[in-house]
Design a protein around this ligand. Structure first.
Ligand SMILES: *Cc1c(COP(=O)(O)O)cnc(C)c1O
Length: 458
């Protein structure tokens, strides 16, 4: 460990030479090299110098139960001795069958279709929706709607329903852009509902689906909105025969307090509303293996049921339904299903932990330079009063030095920790985040007036 003396260069330097890092202007690494992590345990990352860093963003929102979590590790190791990987066309295997059955029981949607990452899940849902209308003799229903500030991944189809200019602008000429409607995270809910109603009234004949992130628009800076909007989405999508795709890639698996975020939208009858498609990834394997899934209704599935090959959904990825990844996901579902000695499950324990972290971060919420604080489930966000474009990068670096992995999005500081922090670790996080804020604000307040806009990189 430590410096690789054979090459005479640190891991960070070798990485800078050999690895093209995601979501990164590589030139920045000349001055600020990436941190080399050599091991991890629970919420702690250990770098090649032996420093401990608390992973307060769950490594880009994927990790649920900490790193090196026993049940997931054991499930993968056990499966590795039985069956590593097989193609899923013409073949099947127990882990993928069991996972599909259990996801269906949890969501009320079924026919699980698998890929390896979130963006691919988005692509699959969009293609399935449009293809199902085509198979139903309505090929003109092939346009999509996204929400202002929405994020659904970075492959071309996913980018075309993403409204984050930073990610989309350079590739706009390559994309078939969708309609972008006002988001209830940024306008009053009734205004957003009226805008959707008016759009659908005019364009439903050409619209296949509306895609959105239920309750929290992560990449927009943890922008949050009321479940009332989702009730209206269900009603309007039914009225105008348009699919609703719920992108639960970030908010699924307990992040918002319920297993899935859309389940917080409850109709007056008491029934939770159901989307036509659910996209899952990130927490699906507890942040350990690359896996995503798309679930849909019997009606959509039936639209592909035919003697003609071309009416089938002929999409595929080499690693579709990888057995090791499915076993990791099964271990995650087992963990959610278990109760501790006090009869509490993960969601109940999270509710207690969330209350405590909310209290511990109250001084941060009350800080004079915090313009707005918001919280849902296991996600917290604070808008910082600064227009300094380098705020997020400076905060990220200062936090690492203080033993915290935090990456503000623009001027929004947020926490999305794994569900396993002890009270002491929560206090370390809350106190550290506040201290780093003061330190970084003192630093940026010394700078000459900000040049250029804030670039919000998640
Ligand atoms: C991360 C994310 C995606 C994309 O997932 P990848 O695995 O990064 O491709 C899509 N939608 C949402 C809401 C996400 O947060």
């Amino acid at each position: 460990m430590g410096v690789d003396t054979a090459a005479g260069h640190s891991w960070a330097e070798r990485s800078r030479q050999a690895v093209w890092h995601p979501c990164t202007q590589m030139k920045v690494h000349t001055q600020f090299p990436p941190r080399a992590i050599v091991s991890a345990q629970g919420p702690w990352l250990i770098d090649d110098q032996g420093h401990r860093i608390l992973d307060a963003v769950s490594s880009w929102w994927v990790n649920l139960f900490g790193h090196n979590f026993g049940p997931i590790r054991e499930a993968i190791v056990d499966q590795l001795g039985k069956l590593d990987h097989i193609m899923l066309a013409g073949l099947t295997h127990p882990p993928v069958v069991e996972l599909s059955e259990r996801l269906s029981a949890l969501t009320g949607l079924g026919h699980a279709f698998y890929a390896s990452d979130g963006a691919s899940a988005t692509e699959i849902a969009l293609k399935m929706s449009a293809h199902s209308w085509r198979n139903r003799g309505r090929p003109q229903k092939n346009q999509f709607i996204g929400l202002q500030g929405g994020y659904h991944g970075e492959t071309a189809g996913a980018l075309s329903v993403t409204d984050i200019p930073l990610f989309r602008e350079a590739y706009a000429p390559l994309l078939r852009l969708s309609a972008t409607l006002p988001s209830p995270a940024f306008v009053d809910t009734p205004v957003a509902i009226d805008a959707l109603g008016a759009y659908l009234a005019a364009h439903h004949e050409h619209t296949a689906a509306l895609i959105l992130e239920p309750l929290v628009q992560g990449a927009a800076g943890m922008a949050m909105y009321s479940p009332d909007y989702l009730l209206a989405v269900r009603r309007l999508c039914d009225q105008y025969e348009v699919h609703w795709i719920a992108d639960e890639i970030a908010v699924g698996f307990g992040r918002t307090g319920t297993m899935f975020a859309h389940q917080q939208a409850v109709a007056p009858s008491g029934a939770a509303v159901k989307p036509d498609f659910i996209c899952l990834s990130k927490g699906l394997t507890g942040g350990v293996m690359a896996l995503s899934a798309v679930l849909t209704t019997d009606a959509v599935y039936a639209a592909f049921w035919d003697d003609r090959t071309t009416h089938g959904f002929l999409h595929s990825h080499s690693y579709t339904g990888n057995p090791l990844a499915c076993c990791a996901a099964l271990a995650v579902l087992d963990t959610f299903a278990q109760r501790d000695a006090d009869g509490q499950d993960v969601l109940a324990r999270n509710a207690v932990a969330a209350q405590r972290l909310t209290e511990l971060t109250a001084p941060l919420s009350r800080h004079p330079r915090i313009k707005a604080a918001r919280h849902i489930g296991m996600i917290w966000a604070w808008d910082v009063d600064t227009s300094e474009p380098t705020f997020a990068a400076r905060y990220h670096r200062a936090a690492l030095d203080a033993g915290l992995l935090l990456r503000p999005i623009g001027s929004t500081l947020y926490m999305m920790p794994p569900y396993v922090l002890t009270e002491d670790e929560q206090r370390f996080l809350a106190d550290g985040a506040l201290q780093v804020l003061d330190q970084v604000l003192a630093e940026v307040d010394q700078l000459p007036d900000a040049q250029g806009p804030i670039v919000p990189v998640p």
